[in-house]
Design a binder for this molecule. Structure first.
Ligand SMILES: Cc1cc2nc3c(=O)[nH]c(=O)nc-3n(C[C@H](O)[C@H](O)[C@H](O)COP(=O)(O)O)c2cc1C
Length: 183
């Protein structure tokens, strides 16, 4: 059987992002399990704020085209979602919004998302570990045709959760993250 291909990214652009650390741990585990994993940093895509006038005038920006192409080329996605004000970050929603758009009139809607599999996790310095962002992310992705896996992992007290090498200190959480993405 061909191993699954997964695109992994965090909903944070922050250099020291806990969610970038988390997605890296999950991506490494998925690779070890046999998956082909591409890690994307949303910062590198330099996506402008979605603006339908901008889209009408000049189409999708390069970063959006790139994200769409990467999503289309993979079977599924692994997302680590920070929680901002009980929801997903603007950066993550903005990336989803851009990637949800068609580039030509005959391109089917939501081609980057329909039928893809997603595994979700989150990290936050707070006690809930970003749980509320995952509830919303699950809903957003489900509504655009993504099959979101039922298991998810939240990392609370994220500022204390990783060791200096970037691994998750708590063994139980570490095992849960390792099992998150299909290999
Ligand atoms: C605008 C804003 C709103 C936030 N709201 C929440 C929140 O609702 N719940 C929470 O657990 N943390 C919240 N935080 C704290 C973030 O979880 C924290 O900044 C975290 O480090 C962001 O993820 P990152 O490390 O991956 O960038 C908020 C942070 C910001 C900047």
């Amino acid at each position: 059987m061909t191993p699954p291909s997964i695109v992994a990214f965090a909903g944070s652009t922050r250099a020291g992002s806990y969610n970038k650390q988390l997605v890296q741990v999950a991506a490494d585990a998925a690779r070890e399990a046999g998956a082909a994993v591409t890690v994307v940093d949303l910062r590198d895509l330099a996506l402008p704020l979605f603006d339908q006038d901008l889209e009408a005038a000049s189409g999708l920006p390069e970063g959006a085209k790139k994200l769409k192409a990467i999503l289309r080329a993979h079977d599924g996605m692994l997302i680590a979602s920070p929680e901002y004000n009980s929801s997903v970050t603007g950066a993550l929603k903005n990336a989803i919004d851009w990637a949800s758009r068609s580039e030509t009139d005959d391109e089917p809607a939501l081609v980057a998302f329909t039928g893809k599999i997603a595994a979700l996790c989150s990290a936050s310095p707070g006690a809930l570990g970003g749980l509320r962002s995952l509830a919303q992310l699950r809903s957003i992705l489900g509504n655009i045709g993504v099959i979101v896996l039922p298991d998810q992992v939240t990392i609370s007290s994220a500022h204390e959760a990783f060791d200096p090498s970037g691994q998750i200190k708590d063994e139980r959480k570490s095992r849960q993250v390792a099992r998150l993405a299909p290999g």
